[in-house]
Ligand binder design. Structure first.
Ligand code: SF4
Length: 226
């Protein structure tokens, strides 16, 4: 049987706001963000079969409200819509954490109402996208972003900031782009928190971004971990 998961977090109140959730961690990623805290998952071997995950979730019906798909990059799994359907039939809501580079799967899931909430990473403005993510397809990310906006899908956008690689101008350029696309949701600027084990060789930040230089009157901007 095909193993699709690296791990399961059986209970969390942190990964989906206002929802008690389990997290399904999908191994593997098509990016190499230097600040990534999940190197084990990005390079990890999947060891859990789908049936095992479903039977665990069956035991949590009535106890948890939601299931979060995270990773790694969960949309690399073509089975994701089928899995989401099975999980929704058990009565759970579904949240997806994604870098947005697989618009086809996300469109299918939105169209079939297989996802309730999405956290979409806007990793960097176009000029810095490849250097930060090692992924060249900014166009795919934009396609996802525009689709979610057009479909009025409930979703947030977030950017992790380490000031060695992103500055206030980069963040403002993202904010202007979101505004130009008529994004009406919440945008989160997430301050990098250093851990010893990350994907790249970034060190502790010497300074955090200056919030006073961030444009806050075009869209709803929120600051996390500052
Ligand atoms: S932070 Fe980057 S490398 Fe890490 S899981 Fe997310 S997209 Fe992949």
């Amino acid at each position: 049987m095909h193993k699709i998961l690296y791990d399961i977090t059986k209970f969390t109140a942190l990964d989906y706001e206002d929802h008690l959730s389990a997290v399904l961690w999908f191994g593997g990623c098509n990016m190499r963000c230097p600040y990534c805290h999940n190197a084990d998952i990005v390079f990890g071997k999947n060891i859990i079969e789908k049936d095992e995950a479903i039977s665990f979730l069956k035991s949590r019906v009535g106890k948890l409200e939601a299931v979060v798909f995270s990773g790694g990059e969960c949309t690399l799994y073509k089975e994701l819509p089928t899995l989401a359907k099975e999980i929704k039939e058990l009565g759970f809501k579904i949240k997806i954490d994604t870098n947005g580079t697989n618009p086809a799967i996300l469109k299918e899931m939105v169209d079939k109402k297989l996802v309730d909430f999405i956290s979409l990473d806007f990793k960097a403005p176009k000029e810095k996208y490849i250097s930060i993510t090692s992924h060249k397809n900014f166009i795919s990310f934009l396609e996802t972003l525009k689709y979610l906006i057009q479909k009025e899908q409930d979703f947030e956008v977030r950017t992790t900031v380490h000031t060695d690689i992103l500055d206030e101008n980069d963040i403002n350029s993202i904010i202007k782009e979101l505004h130009a696309f008529n994004f009406k949701g919440k945008y989160f600027i997430q301050n990098y928190i250093h851990q010893d084990k990350i994907l790249g060789d970034l060190k502790e930040q010497k300074k955090v971004i200056d919030k006073n230089k961030i444009i806050t009157d075009l869209i709803e901007v929120n600051f996390r971990n500052f």
